[in-house]
Write a protein that binds this ligand. Structure first.
Ligand code: SF4
Length: 469
């Protein structure tokens, strides 16, 4: 068992017993579900919209090389710079060199899961550069020194009272826990940062190949300020975010907003295409796009699972997942949590270390049902499990158990014998308790729930008795 999986099981056990967390997450997810239902009803045909988004994303990923080169050419034509980062280290070094060269002391940042992936904040702060997260949720979790809880709603696990206490402690000037007042406090702190920062770092929801623009969508307008006020703008984006045409946004933006939050369209949708041109009154002097691979081309090479790169990071699969709802985002211990995290993390960060995430699923298929770009998530989780078995990464005991199970299932007599032995063993274990028996691990299952009653007879015997055959 890897260190990451041991930690996951520890944290998941603790979080799944945290009733307060469950209530907060449930409240958030319930209001999300209602908003998404209303949002989907605004579409003439939500399923057709999903199919169209799936086609656009498939076209982009199947021709990723062509569209990325087109995007690069267009950005350069407008005076922007593009850096191809094969690894997280290469991306981080590029930004650090840039910041050092331009004597950057303060950075304002809008939400970027890719920046989380490469641990950019730590690297910048290690050089003495102050980093301000300007998305409200990210700002809150930054003040708490913790990673985002969810890829769309980073502070989903906190109540307004907890946020009020946090602001009182860290920022002062907070009288109530009333959300507008809390927003006003954050706004005052962040406005100062926007005007003093020399560098703005953003992610991008899409890279538009035919116009060479990055498309950013946000609800707070902070990304637009990060992209226009500081002297230097850097967009750090995974290479899979490219889309072929500007007109594709006409469907992708509303579908992303609906699946992400239930909104018809996000409040601020911004297209940035380069540095400030002569005669323009705003915009950065320098515009850089860092295109991050960091394992994505490995996934691209896997024809069976490359569709995981279609993801538009709406977070819908997290909200629908019974495991995520129970253990929450922090238990995963990875940047990408929930079903999509379980699919891509083993590819991006290693199957040996992160195979357990593919088992953090009941395979109920709820994630696949809600995914707006129709990624067959639960099948990919299953494929990761198969890969783990093929690469003999599963415990020896599990392999032996499945071999025995297969041996029993292939013969009616053996199956009957196994059933009888299992019923006897369970009866005995219930009578004497699990402790110290071979069924000791079952205690974890029955610790928080009633043990199922053990049938006196097998299904076969009951059938024969009731049907006479
Ligand atoms: S896999 Fe689908 S549902 Fe999950 S975050 Fe990506 S686009 Fe959204």
């Amino acid at each position: 068992m890897s260190a990451a999986s041991r930690q996951f099981f520890r944290d998941a056990a603790a979080k799944s017993a945290d009733g307060e967390l469950h209530q907060i997450v449930r409240r958030g997810v319930d209001s999300y579900d209602a908003a998404v239902l209303r949002g989907q009803a605004r579409f003439v045909d939500w399923e057709a919209a999903r199919r169209r988004c799936h086609e656009i994303r498939r076209e982009a990923i199947d021709h990723l090389d062509r569209y990325l080169l087109e995007f690069e050419r267009r950005v350069k034509e407008r005076g922007g710079r593009v850096f191809w980062a094969e690894t997280a280290e290469a991306a981080t070094s590029y930004v650090l060199d840039l910041a050092t060269r331009a004597c950057v002391r303060t950075v304002v940042k809008s939400k970027s899961m890719v920046a989380e992936e490469i641990h950019l904040n730590d690297a910048l702060e290690g050089r003495g550069i102050k980093v301000w997260e300007t998305d409200l949720g990210e700002f809150i979790v930054q003040l708490r020194h913790e990673p985002p809880f969810h890829i769309v709603t980073p502070a989903m696990h906190l109540t307004r009272e907890q946020i009020g206490d946090l602001f009182r402690e860290k920022l002062g000037g907070v009288e109530t826990d009333d959300p507008p007042s809390l927003v006003a406090v954050a706004r005052r702190a962040l406005r100062r940062a926007f005007f003093s920062a020399e560098m703005g770092i953003t992610g991008a929801n899409f890279l538009v190949a035919d116009s060479g623009m990055i498309a950013i969508t946000s609800n707070e307008g902070n990304a637009r300020l990060c992209a226009s006020l500081p002297r230097i703008q850097v967009a750090i984006v995974g290479i899979e975010k490219v889309i072929p045409r500007l007109e594709d946004l006409a469907i992708l933006w509303p579908v992303l907003a609906t699946a992400g939050t239930g909104q018809p369209i996000t409040c601020y949708n911004t297209l940035v295409g380069g540095p400030r041109a002569p005669g323009e009154t705003d915009g950065p002097e320098e515009f850089h796009v860092v295109l991050l691979d960091n394992g994505r081309t490995r996934l691209l090479a896997d024809r069976e699972q490359r569709e995981a790169l279609h993801c538009i990071r709406c977070g819908a699969c997290l909200n629908s997942c019974p495991v995520f709802r129970t253990v929450g985002g922090h238990a995963y211990g990875t940047v990408y949590s929930g079903p999509i995290g379980g699919v891509i993390t083993p590819h991006l960060a290693g199957l040996r270390e992160f195979q357990h995430l593919s088992y953090a699923s009941s395979l109920c298929g709820a994630c696949t049902e809600v995914c707006p770009v129709k990624i067959d998530l639960h099948r990919h989780l299953l494929q990761n499990r198969r890969n783990a078995v093929d690469e003999t990464l599963r415990p020896r005991s599990e392999r032996i158990a499945f071999r025995l199970w297969r041996w029993a299932m292939l013969d009616a007599g053996r199956f009957r014998l196994y059933g009888w032995a299992a019923r006897m063993a369970l009866r005995l274990a219930y009578r004497v308790g699990f402790e110290g028996t071979a069924l000791d691990p079952a205690r974890a299952w029955t610790k928080d729930r009633a043990a199922p009653p053990i049938p006196r007879h097998s299904f076969r015997a009951i059938w024969r008795k009731t049907h006479g055959v």
